[in-house]
Design a protein around this ligand. Structure first.
Ligand code: IPM
Ligand code: MG
Length: 360
């Protein structure tokens, strides 16, 4: 019997979500067996757009209470071209993130060995960032409305909400994370020149939190300037804190600069560990790839590494990252989005072989 047992809820969701999670499941089970110190038991849930077409809901009404007692949630994707995006998103992924108050969304971006960045080589090499995305409020608060439908005076409004509690806790989380990294450097992204209420408040609360971190090398950057800085001066960045929407945009840029959307990973964390945290690849449902067996599973593997780290299995988490890097640096078994011809199953087998090799 393994000393440590973790219960994982697995929600493949839509599009290629189930394919890449299945690959991640195989890799995680291999790791647990090789390690011997821990075990993972997975329970699958068929929630998502197909479930919605049958039941009128993306997940059952008591979905959150079904998930409550897991140690973590491994999530594929939500989104289906035949359903409105706000239904698929708010009915599942955001319902879980907000319902479990997973307020810290963490997205590492690093150029893996062997992967070609669209940036000049000397610049691409410099990318080793972590983006911390406020994940509970801001522009995704869900507050707003529509009135006077179809009339000329129709109005649609989303209110960006910033609360002292919300800003303070994510700022503190980002400061702690930045301090735990070698460069102890944090860039806080803002737009307080144009948005003079919520964003000015964001800056002020962040400044107050920074007082507690005198050793941190911190700076504020406007979001538009940040896009340039990511492309032109990638070495000037380490840990990044941004609002829900700003970080959504910046994290897509970050992952593109590291080679492909297919490798990006996300942790939706409740840092206080009151409820399970959720781990998902960034790439989304990618319906054009469904059933072709060529989806890139590396994003789901990197995500699995983040999940192991959160569970406290740091050695296994590092071994998984090493196995991913062995495969990317050899460059022989890469999926089409990274310039290769390998299938999902080939890439999975290569990572499993690297894991086994690393144990000999
Ligand atoms: C992401 C995605 C989602 C978001 C989409 C699917 C709504 O782009 O996780 O970054 O905007 O949060
Ligand atoms: Mg996004």
């Amino acid at each position: 019997m393994a000393e440590r047992n973790y219960k994982i809820a697995m929600i493949g969701g839509d599009g290629i979500g189930p394919e890449v999670l299945e690959a991640g499941h195989r890799v995680l089970q291999t790791l647990a067996i090789e390690d011997g110190g821990f075990a993972l038991s997975f329970t699958g849930y068929d929630w998502g757009s197909a479930y919605y077409r049958q039941h009128g809901l993306m997940m059952p009404a008591d979905g959150l209470s079904q998930l409550e007692d897991y140690d973590a949630i491994y999530f594929g994707s939500a989104g289906d071209p035949s359903l409105p995006d706000d239904i698929t998103l708010w009915g599942l992924r955001l319902a879980i993130c907000q319902g479990f108050d997973q307020y810290a969304n963490v997205r590492p971006a690093r150029l893996l060995p062997g992967i070609v960045s669209p940036l000049r080589e000397d610049l691409g090499r410099e990318i080793d960032w972590v983006i911390v995305r406020e994940n509970s409020e801001g522009e995704y608060a869900g507050i707003g409305g529509r009135v006077h439908r179809s009339l000329p005076l129709e109005i649609g409004m989303d209110v960006a909400v910033f609360t002292r509690t919300g800003v303070e806790r994510i700022a503190r989380y980002a400061c702690e994370l930045a301090m735990s990294r070698p460069r102890q450097k944090l860039t806080i992204v803002t737009k307080s020149n144009a948005q003079r209420h919520g964003m000015v408040f964001w800056d002020e609360v962040c400044q107050e939190v920074l007082v507690d971190y005198p050793g941190l090398d911190a700076d504020f950057t406007l979001v538009d300037a940040m896009t340039q800085r990511m492309v032109l001066r990638p070495w000037s960045i380490d840990t990044v804190l941004a609002t829900n929407l700003h970080a959504d945009v910046l994290s897509d840029l970050a992952v593109a600069l590291t080679g492909s959307l297919g490798i990006g990973a996300t942790a939706n964390l409740d840092p206080e560990r009151r409820r399970p945290s959720m781990f998902e690849p960034i790439h989304g449902s990618a319906f054009d790839l469904v059933g072709k067996g060529i989806a890139n599973p590396l994003g789901a593997f990197w995500t699995a590494s983040l999940m192991l780290d959160h569970l406290g299995e740091t050695t296994a988490s590092q071994r998984l990252m090493q196995a991913i890097e062995i495969v990317t640096s050899r460059g022989e078994v890469l999926p089409p989005d990274l310039g290769g011809t390998a299938s999902t199953a080939d890439v999975t087998a290569a990572v499993i072989a690297a894991l086994r090799g690393a144990n000999n």
